[in-house]
Ligand binder design. Structure first.
Ligand code: GTP
Ligand code: MG
Length: 325
């Protein structure tokens, strides 16, 4: 039990113990969370408060809306893929989202800083990926809606602090308990089975800490066949490396369209899975478009410029299409 609890904390705790209603409990727990000294020694207690807070909020929610169970936070998908960040408290998830995207994720040195999912867009070349900063997972406590958000995402970034590489196993086990298996890339993915198989990469943070090289080696061993990237959230080159890795592991390619006699707009690719056909591209543009299209011409490397192609043509990275309707 930590010794240095403040008088404010103790008085909030007393109010919690004597609370008569759920709202009073929530207010007291919030005050307890605000006033508890936040450091390694209070991590378990912080987790415990968060757990009680989450339960109390659920009770309140259920009392208010009897048809809805618990609290959920759906994040509408934007960009070429949705990637959720999973990790222990303080592993550096928010640092990555705040460093690499436009989102103002709060970074702090106490556990369970992040309270709600927060999306931000990572730009890699001409592609945008949606990163979702999530509240922490831990053996003691996690918000019950987190696995459901991870389950519907395209990819998971397991964020592991090199000072505490146990984080990988904890996240891995919590997800498996929630019927989510982590696989190295899209080739092994299955988003619809009972136990979903979601592509994952491991992002190792805090490589500036002592003995990080040894920890990194150990982390690579425990991560098995998942790719491990070291990430410094202040380094734009790491954002670029991350973007490329996501693109490659999700088996994506970029194609472009052009109007007759005009140049293609290379800033706005259609991002689509490797191995797709021309018809998949047209359905991506509009569901009726494949019907209307007579044929298309393609420009790209290794092709005769303007070569005529049919619907079953297998697309390649960088192809530019002109459609004849
Ligand atoms: N030395 C060092 N500190 C880092 C690094 N990345 C993040 N931190 C620090 O680690 C602490 C936690 O960072 P956050 O990004 O808030 O961690 P989080 O995973 O979002 O934490 P929760 O929201 O509590 O789950 C902060 O004090 C950061 O400044 C790093 O690469 N090196
Ligand atoms: Mg955070």
């Amino acid at each position: 039990m930590p010794a240095n609890l403040t008088p404010q904390y103790k008085s909030a705790e007393a109010r919690y113990k004597s609370a008569q209603s759920i709202q009073e409990k929530i207010d007291a727990l919030e005050e307890m969370y605000r006033t508890i000294p936040k450091h390694k020694g209070t991590e378990k207690l912080c987790a415990d408060i968060k757990q009680r807070l989450s339960k109390a909020r659920q009770q309140q929610e259920q009392a208010g809306r009897s048809t809805k169970k618990g609290v959920s936070f759906h994040v509408p998908r934007e960009g070429a893929a949705q990637i959720t960040l999973a990790g222990l408290p303080n592993s550096g998830k928010s640092s990555i989202v705040s460093g690499f995207t436009n989102a103002a994720a709060t970074v702090a040195d106490y556990p369970f800083t992040t309270q709600r999912p927060l999306p931000g867009m990572l730009s890699w070349e001409n592609v945008q990926f949606q990163l979702i900063d999530l509240p922490a997972l831990s053996r003691d406590f996690f918000e019950p809606y987190i696995p459901s958000l991870i389950r519907v995402s395209d990819m998971v970034m397991v964020v592991v602090d090199l000072e505490n590489i146990e984080g990988f196993e904890v996240v891995h086990d919590i997800l498996l308990d929630n019927k989510i298996e982590l696989v190295p890339s899209f080739k092994d993915a299955d988003y619809h089975s009972r136990i979903v198989r979601i592509p994952a990469i491991v992002c190792a943070t805090k490589k500036d800490c002592p003995d990080s090289a040894i920890s990194l080696e150990l982390l690579r061993e425990v991560s098995g066949n998942l790719e491990v990237l070291t990430i410094e959230s202040r380094n734009p080159a790491d954002a670029h490396r991350l973007g490329r890795t996501i693109f490659e592991h999700l088996d994506l390619v970029r194609v472009y369209t052009k109007a007759p006699g005009k140049e293609a707009n290379m800033n706005t690719p259609i991002v689509i899975r490797k191995g797709s056909t021309l018809m998949d591209v047209t359905s991506e543009i509009h569901k009726d478009f494949s019907e209307d299209m007579k044929y298309a011409r393609v420009w790209g490397s290794g092709k005769f410029d303007g070569q005529r192609i049919q619907r079953d043509y297998i697309i390649e990275e960088g192809d530019i299409f002109e459609f004849k309707v």
